[in-house]
Design a protein around this ligand. Structure first.
Ligand code: AP5
Length: 216
């Protein structure tokens, strides 16, 4: 299965990606996670991208495409992958298409999580993430059992540097560059639209129904 998750910042891509990865055993390839890991490790890539991430601006296409190309060429992505947060511009989408055709593969499905923009400020500023295992919570909509502590591994919960109101505003503005991808993938016949306002579990059920049908 070669799948991609598409949607506004905070639409629920990372939350669903963790569940899809667990169910189907395909690697979750998130450009945002890769950039954040590079920043945390202080690598040259991390130093190059940190100002973009912290302010909520998109990392330049050329650099992002190089990172994804290297990742898709890793052996674990040979039998399928779940892209999250890439592509995010038409130029990235064209680069992905070229890369997949070089690898003699194609995208089976683009899962588009549709949510109205006005709910996203609350979703993102209320998000907390586990430092140890990466599990995602929300202070109100999906709170941990013990405040500040991960239910899964007991790790400490933190707030992402770009989940401040200012950075969220910039990220939502930057989405104008990603919005044309809905038509792009619709015209290729691979777009599946989901209501991102459903509960996390109900949304996952609908995604599983779609993916299971595609696998038959
Ligand atoms: P990235 O890490 O990709 O962030 P994003 O797209 O802004 O998406 P998020 O991770 O914030 O949201 P999500 O949709 O995963 O939501 P989540 O499931 O966590 O990118 C970060 C930055 O990296 C970019 O700004 C850019 O600088 C750079 N970057 C990355 N890729 C790039 C690219 N291709 N090109 C250039 N630059 C790039 O959910 C959010 C919250 O809502 C959580 O608290 C969750 O618990 C809650 N929630 C989730 N689903 C539901 C639901 N159904 N109901 C109620 N609450 C829910």
């Amino acid at each position: 299965m070669q799948i991609m998750l598409l949607g506004l910042p905070g639409a629920g891509k990372g939350t669903q990606a963790a569940k899809i990865q667990e169910r189907y055993g395909i690697p979750h390839i998130s450009t945002g996670d890769m950039f954040r890991a590079a920043i945390a490790a202080g690598t040259p890539l991390g130093l190059e991208v940190q100002d973009y991430l912290n302010s909520g601006k998109l990392v330049p296409d050329e650099l992002t495409i190089r990172v994804v190309r290297d990742r898709l060429e890793q052996p674990d992505a040979k039998d399928g992958f779940l892209l999250d947060g890439f592509p995010r511009t038409l130029q990235q989408a064209d680069a992905l298409q070229k890369l997949l055709s070089e690898l003699e593969r194609n995208l089976n499905a683009v899962l588009y999580l549709h949510v109205p923009q006005n709910i996203l400020m609350d979703r993102l500023t209320g998000r907390r993430i586990c430092r140890q295992c990466g599990a995602t919570y929300h202070l109100v909509m999906n709170p941990p059992k013990v405040e500040g502590t991960c239910d899964v591994c007991g790790g400490e919960l933190y707030q992402r540097a770009d989940d401040t109101p200012e950075a969220v505003k910039t990220r939502l503005e930057q989405y104008a560059q990603t919005a044309p991808l809905v038509d792009y993938y619709q015209s290729q016949g691979v777009l599946y639209t989901f209501d991102g306002l459903l509960t996390i579990d109900h949304l996952f059920e609908q995604i599983v129904n779609t993916l299971d049908k595609l696998r038959k």
